[in-house]
Design a protein around this ligand. Structure first.
Ligand code: TYD
Length: 393
């Protein structure tokens, strides 16, 4: 198996590990964030994985329900899956605060969620909840206690799992004969074409192409029968999977495979070009921010995202450039950003008239934020690096 290293994003902290105060800096966990392409399976992964319990524990801060975009997104997909597949038994892997699951009857749906703070929430909502990481033993327990499942759903979770062989084999075992496994994760093609290298951080152990998924799933007698391209999380794919030969394969699968091959995702050359573009993006962003700072403008960041952890640590952007970050998540407010230790504040009063420029850490919510911040945009600007370094009017 030939694994080729193509990108080095330097030393990075846990992307969602916000520090309570400066006394925690000395003990902050750091790792070398480098990325490999597997020439055989076509899978893109981190070279070194971070131990899961350092990332997914009782103080996990990502909260799906806080964004209207995500609430609408999950309501819509739950409704359409119910209509199309009429599942009797539903299993969600990585159910976070129950934003998807709450659309199903609590007697029909099971939650798997390793983070204690969120597992408590689905449990309180009345769903059978397993506060565990997805693995073969858990799949076996679920089959024994609840039988096989008709709809297995997972959003922004499968790409977190280090051992995909075990994960897919376990899904194959827990899924009923005519069952469907549907999962959504960031799209490698979108990441490459948008040069959004900040999709790469500790939690994203893999960034999936349809090409790689097809190869990996096949080993477990699973087959992709539909692919939907989504706008959420900066461009994701929703992958529909069935047991091999149990459904007809739709045109969207061929089409996505074709577009990925056309973009060269099956050969190392495209990844080498991406790596070159990432370095260029870093230099341009640092130059622009330094120039604005020299002119004495006040620059803050909007959205304390995992993505901005990667950008700030890779580009070495700290409080000498960004005064603070504003974020609506209460659990992040009053803390210091991972690695660069930039203070995080509530947008009220942090996002006030003293701000001249705001780096858009949550660029994947550009529309929602632009709608909300019309007043700011009348004579001030957001800055983004996606797909290239520029101002947003
Ligand atoms: P997100 O991009 O979903 O996460 P990540 O890169 O960590 O996967 O996170 C969006 C963050 O932006 C989240 O912390 C909430 C924050 N946010 C705001 O502060 N204001 C907003 O208007 C929106 C839409 C998000």
């Amino acid at each position: 198996m030939a694994k080729i290293n193509f990108l080095d994003l330097g030393m990075q902290p846990i992307a969602n590990n916000f520090l309570s105060d400066k006394s925690e800096i000395d003990d902050e966990y750091k790792f070398h964030l480098t990325v490999v392409f597997d020439d055989e399976s076509k899978l893109v992964s981190l070279s070194d994985f971070v131990p899961p319990d350092l990332m997914f524990n009782d103080s996990y801060v990502y909260h799906s329900s806080l964004s209207k975009t995500m609430r609408d997104h999950f309501k819509e997909i739950a409704t359409s899956l119910t209509k199309e597949f009429s599942p009797k038994k539903i299993l969600e892997i990585g159910s976070n605060d129950g934003v998807f699951l709450k659309n199903f009857n609590k007697n029909d749906a099971i939650s798997v969620e390793p983070c204690g703070n969120f597992a408590k929430m689905t449990c309180a909502m009345g769903y059978s909840t397993y506060q565990k990481f997805w693995n073969a033993q858990l799949a076996e327990d679920i089959v024994e206690n609840h039988g096989k499942q008709d709809l297995i759903f997972s959003a922004n979770c499968i790409c977190h799992i280090h051992n995909l062989e075990e994960a897919f084999e376990s899904i194959s075992r827990v899924m009923s004969e005519r069952g469907t496994f549907i999962f959504e994760d960031p799209s490698l093609l979108k990441m490459m074409s948008r040069r959004s290298y900040d999709q790469i951080y500790d939690e994203h152990a893999h960034i999936f192409s349809v090409l790689a998924l097809k190869n990996l799933l096949l080993k477990h007698s699973l087959e992709i029968f539909r692919v939907e391209n989504l706008n959420v999380h900066g461009g994701s794919n929703r992958i529909f999977v069935c047991h091999s030969n149990s459904r007809s394969i739709e045109y969207s699968v061929q089409e996505n495979l074709f577009r990925e091959r056309e973009a060269g995702l099956d050969t190392i050359d495209a990844y080498k070009r991406f790596s070159y573009d990432v370095e260029k993006s870093k230099n341009q962003l640092v130059d622009l921010l330094n120039e604005l700072k020299r002119k004495d403008y006040k620059i803050i960041s909007y959205g304390a995202t995992s993505k901005s952890t990667t950008v700030f640590n890779y580009c070495e952007i700290d409080t000498s450039i960004i005064d603070y970050i504003v974020d609506t998540t209460p659990a992040k407010q009053g803390k210091l950003s991972p690695g660069m230790h930039i203070p995080v504040k509530s947008p009220e009063p942090g996002f006030d008239e003293t701000v001249d420029y705001a780096f858009l850490g949550a660029w994947n919510y550009e529309k929602e934020i632009a709608d909300k911040e019309k007043e700011f945009l009348k004579n001030k600007r957001f800055i983004t690096h996606v797909p290239y370094v520029r101002f947003i009017k």
